[in-house]
Ligand binder design. Structure first.
Ligand SMILES: [Zn+2]
Length: 405
């Protein structure tokens, strides 16, 4: 049970059409209801603000320290990483990111925060997690330069039987997604962005077990052939899609498989330099950037459903940067906003609505201005509602977490 809310006077933006209409909303038990159904609930004046569904970062590692040139991760165990991840998630919520999908995080840190925020202790964003990612020996995610030995990192297994056990084990731990490292990527030294790292028998087993358990699978997947096979077998989302082509785009559309493009990881060279990416990753990122943008355009052309994710930290600032990069790559601003809000919701089982309606999960943001005229207003919401709870705000971030990660 959460305290009901009455939200009066916002112009509600429909991200499918770009049109707004003024309507009062009630919120009760985490869900949007008719305003008449919340009795004498306290009224929040949101008149003059634009209201819409909150943003989603569908590809995160909340405690991630990509490359970590300072070596922070070597002295950190699960408790310290858990705290850092929580601050990152709360800062993101203060920047309008009310939905987060974590796709590979050690020690089930994502699942613990997701449960805490869902219970309102503390109030925070909606977090769905895959827990630990699953990869094969020597596959994507092989640590550079070495593993953080104090954490339970990815599950590294080979062969159908071991993969079946890994998927079932993640279900048992409460993962809402399964994440597999199907192809190489940028991170690890001895791989290519489209080199397949599962045998067909291994991939078929993962998909058979996950489908049987009704748990969606997200695949780190750079190559076209791997994406086609993953889509045929019922895969729910292709992550990155560095080298997808028209053929793969058609297959994804036909199967209803989503793309989470994470263009930042091949496009944001300033960030790579700042974060100390090693030469193999930097060079591969730069070499993949043009094809990655072409892959996104091919998918949009073919009608593939797109959701947004940055794959970088801190989540809040990086997700906003990702939205600008998507627009720079040729995606219409309204389509970016739709992917970042309604797209994330639909991918994560929160319904197909494109504007807050009775029955919608109440993850909402209220903005001073029109995000279609000025996307910068998206990162400075006046009010944020997540899981139907109003988050306390203080100058652009939840009051207790202004410093962020
Ligand atoms: Zn990632």
């Amino acid at each position: 049970m959460t305290a009901p809310l009455r939200l009066r006077g916002a112009a509600l933006l429909d991200t499918a059409t770009g049109e707004s209409s003024r309507r009062d909303l009630g919120v009760r038990d985490g869900v949007v209801v008719e305003v008449a159904d919340v009795g004498n609930a306290p009224e929040i004046d949101v008149s003059g603000l634009t209201g819409l569904f909150g943003l989603w970062d569908c590809h995160t590692h909340p405690g991630g320290l990509m490359y970590d040139p300072a070596g922070t991760g070597y002295t950190e165990g699960a408790p310290a990483r858990t705290i850092r991840a929580g601050n990152n998630l709360l800062q993101a919520a203060g920047m309008g990111v009310t939905g987060i999908r974590a796709v590979d995080e050690p020690d089930e840190i994502d699942l613990a925060w997701g449960a805490a925020f869902a219970a309102g202790a503390p109030p925070g964003p909606r977090v769905l997690g895959a827990g630990r990612g699953i990869r094969t020996t020597g596959g994507h995610g092989t640590a550079w330069p070495r593993t953080y030995t104090r954490l339970d990192n990815e599950i590294v297994v080979d062969g159908p039987a071991a993969l079946a056990r890994a998927v079932r084990g993640q279900v048992e731990r409460g993962a809402q997604w399964i994440k597999i490292m199907l192809t190489g990527g940028l991170y690890s030294e001895h791989e290519t962005v489209d080199g397949v790292q599962f045998t067909d028998a291994e991939l078929r087993t993962v998909m058979e077990v996950a489908n049987q358990r009704g748990i969606p699978v997200a695949a780190h997947c750079g190559g076209a052939d791997a994406a086609i096979r993953f889509a045929e077998l019922g895969g729910r989302s292709v992550e990155h899609g560095y080298a997808l082509d028209e053929r793969a785009a058609k297959a994804l559309t036909a199967a209803g498989t989503w793309l989470v493009p994470t263009l930042s990881v091949t496009h944001d060279v300033a960030l790579m330099e700042r974060d100390g990416w090693p030469p193999h990753a930097m060079n591969r990122a730069k070499a993949s950037a043009a094809a990655h943008a072409d892959a996104l355009r091919a998918c949009i052309e073919a009608g593939v459903r797109v959701a947004t994710g940055a794959d970088l930290n801190p989540i809040g600032p990086r997700l906003h940067a990702e939205l600008a990069i998507l627009e720079g790559a040729g995606m219409e601003r309204l389509a970016v906003l739709h992917a970042a809000t309604a797209g994330g919701r639909a991918l994560n089982g929160c319904g197909e609505a494109s504007t807050p309606l009775p029955g919608s999960a109440a993850d909402l943001i209220f903005l001073e201005g029109d995000p279609l005229a000025d996307p910068a207003v998206l990162s400075r919401p006046r009010h944020v509602v997540a899981h139907g709870r109003l988050l306390a705000m203080d100058g652009g971030a939840p009051a207790s977490t202004r410093a962020g990660p």
